[in-house]
Design a binder for this molecule. Sequence first.
Ligand code: BG6
Length: 282
Amino acid sequence: MPVDTTNNDRVVITHSNSSAEVYYYGATLTSWKPHGQERIFLSEKAILNGSKAIRGGIPLVFPHFGTIPTSKLPQHGFARNSRWEWLGVAVDNASETTVQFGLKPDVVPENLRSLWPHEFKLVYSVTLAANTLKTTLEIQNTGTESWEFTSLLHTYFKVQEIATVGVVGLTGASFLDKVAGGTHQEDRDRVTVASEVDRVYQGGSAPLTIQGTGVGSGVVLHKENFPDVVVWNPWVDKAKAMGDFGDEEYHHMICVEVGSVSKPVTLGPGETWQGSQTLVGV
Ligand code: BG6
């Protein structure tokens, strides 16, 4: 069965000898196994019962990244804290299987919804092919007034040991350093992690490679219409401070998150925006 919907909390997709799993809560993808090998990190302490955003996988960030002074919404918005609707199987053929999830205001918890009272429709498409995972977020303004958003695919990659990991493709990009402060320019060809890292890289459309993950040569990440890339690893102290993350798990993950976050997007009535990432297991 290429798409298994028998669980009431998640959908399991299989295609060739690859699989993926997506929870309705947050439409959070929690597993991607091209050729049977897990590439996505999910914390052993992740809460999967819909009472908290899932720690790991690909949480979806909307309508804003982080916290902003003009909004009382919690960090990263409400998309990751809402149970999305199952829209069904859009494509299922020899080359790919695509499933879709939807989010509208009426399924957002009321306490969050009231903090961002705009009309919208989101459609999240997850496409599984042999060694490829494509995730596409479509955002539509279904109301009569313009609004602004920032958005991001908060992907947690599973790695064997963070000390051997490098992210290639960010050379020359300017970045906001959320740990040390200030804006700088990346001069390394291979971005490595040896302490807490929380950076928002701006611009660029080149593919990125996450190397040294411990499986194959890594993952190649292509992005469309997501100009920014956040690189995050909580390291020792932040790991200990998170209740849903093991103290030593920072060794085994790196977040490389494509987004449209440094400059808000304005959507007029009836307008639609779309961004996607394609991950290739190499
Ligand atoms: C990253 C942010 O995208 O998400 C970090 O840049 C943040 O600042 C991290 O700490 C995790 O956020 P949260 O809300 O899931 O703990």
